[in-house]
Ligand binder design. Structure first.
Ligand SMILES: NC(=O)c1ccc[n+]([C@@H]2O[C@H](COP(=O)([O-])OP(=O)(O)OC[C@H]3O[C@@H](n4cnc5c(N)ncnc54)[C@H](O)[C@@H]3O)[C@@H](O)[C@H]2O)c1
Ligand SMILES: O=C(O)C(=O)C[C@]1(C(=O)O)C=C[C@@H](O)C=C1
Length: 363
């Protein structure tokens, strides 16, 4: 039986993007991590990159098992892990929580040691090669204890969240699933709709694509096999959101139809729809989980020549302004790019003046 103090010996089952990222984060924090995968080369690649060891753990020493496999196999792997590792707390990182718990409830396993969880961080890539130990830093990680979870098991999963430097949120499984339908699964499907629309767009039009299109379609590049399982598992909540979007789309169509005549009633006007969009973006929490801050953007043209970016950042630093976010866009038809610097509103004008004085073109 596991008795030693300090971080628990941890087994990560599923050494893909999320599992290997957890392996890197925990190894970096000094934890002992064993990686297991149905495809042994995934565990070996993750281990080779520093996410832990691919050597098997001694089951009686294991204090925590993190199940990071595709959604449809989670309940089976959690059930097996509860049996294989008799003293371990078992958590999973699946994107949908209620179905897993329902399936486990029917099995003869010790559910006091199971506490679900879900890091709200990932990417459109998969597999161990794209893993990143900093993936969870300052990102939300939801922990979903149920009525049989032992307090010690929940505490152990909280320890995992803290070691990955994520922000803890505790929720009931159904509340979690309703929330992620709104903030993760619906956005994914809307991005898919937009990207899918591009399959009919002529290539000569696509040459004009700027950062805007890339921004709204990035997540659509995620693994369709994984997303099919996620949407299936949360279909009821996702359908509720999709139906509301269908109503909003009809309202937008009316707003655009009537925009040229300016005859739309105020509550159906295009400006009202566009304002709603701005309001929505402002509601997304900002960096470090704080309330969203409406930054102001200073856009500077950068000539496409060696050292230009370094010089520009040097001038920004000399201006003593803290840059909250940056984005770079290239103009494919001219040898120039645009750097958007997001800063606190009260610093924007001063920064623009300093940059102009330094010879930069502020757009
Ligand atoms: N991708 C994201 O952005 C993201 C974010 C948060 C949570 N999640 C959840 O994390 C889980 C893993 O997603 P991912 O993106 O890391 O996928 P991934 O495809 O990168 O990795 C999954 C790994 O699990 C392995 N695997 C499959 N079945 C297994 C089994 N029965 N036993 C052991 N290993 C098995 C695969 O070989 C693969 O290496 C999913 O449940 C997903 O819902 C994903
Ligand atoms: O950043 C991305 O690429 C993601 O889609 C990550 C994202 C999300 O919606 O935020 C996707 C699904 C996971 O369940 C958790 C995180």
């Amino acid at each position: 039986m596991r008795t030693e103090a300090g971080p628990p010996v941890t087994v990560v089952v599923g050494a893909g993007l999320v599992g290997a990222s957890i392996g890197h984060a925990l190894t970096g924090a000094g934890w002992r991590v064993h990686l297991v995968d149905a495809v042994p080369s995934h565990a070996m690649v993750a281990a080779g990159l520093g996410a832990g060891t691919a050597e098997p753990a001694e089951p009686s020493e294991v204090g925590l098992v993190v199940v990071a496999v595709p959604p449809r196999t989670i309940a089976d792997v959690v059930g097996e892990s509860l049996q294989t590792y008799p003293y371990a707390t078992v958590t999973d990182v699946g994107s949908v929580k209620a179905g897993v718990l329902d399936a486990l409830w029917e099995r003869p396993v010790d559910l006091t040691r199971y506490v679900g969880s879900h890091p709200m961080a990932g990417s459109h890539h998969s597999g161990p090669v794209t893993a990143d130990g900093d993936l969870f830093v300052d990102r939300t990680w939801v922990v979903t204890p149920h009525r049989k979870s032992a307090e010690a098991s929940t505490a152990r999963v909280v320890e995992l969240v803290r070691a990955c430097r994520a922000r803890l949120v505790t929720l009931d499984v159904d509340d979690h699933d309703a929330a992620v339908a709104r903030v993760s699964h619906l956005p994914h499907l809307v991005s898919v709709l937009m990207a899918g629309h591009l399959t009919d767009v002529p290539e000569e039009d696509l040459v004009l694509a700027g950062q805007g299109l890339r921004d709204v379609t990035r997540i659509a590049g995620g693994d369709p096999g994984l997303w099919q399982q996620i949407v299936r598992a949360n279909a009821t909540a996702v359908l509720r959101e999709l139906r509301q979007v269908a109503v909003s789309l009809d309202r937008l169509i009316t707003a655009v139809e009537t925009a040229p005549t300016d005859e739309a009633p105020a509550d159906l006007s295009l400006s009202r729809e566009l304002e709603r969009g701005v309001d929505g973006t402002r509601r997304i929490p900002g960096k470090h989980g704080s309330a969203a801050v409406p930054y102001e953007q200073v856009v500077v043209a950068i000539p496409d020549e060696p050292g230009a970016l370094a010089r520009l950042f040097g001038d920004v630093e000399a201006a003593g302004v803290n840059v909250e976010d940056i984005a770079i866009e290239h103009d494919a038809s001219r040898q120039v790019g645009y750097l958007t610097l997001s800063v606190q509103p009260e610093r924007a004008e001063g920064l623009a003046v300093v940059m102009r004085d330094g010879g930069w073109t502020v757009v």
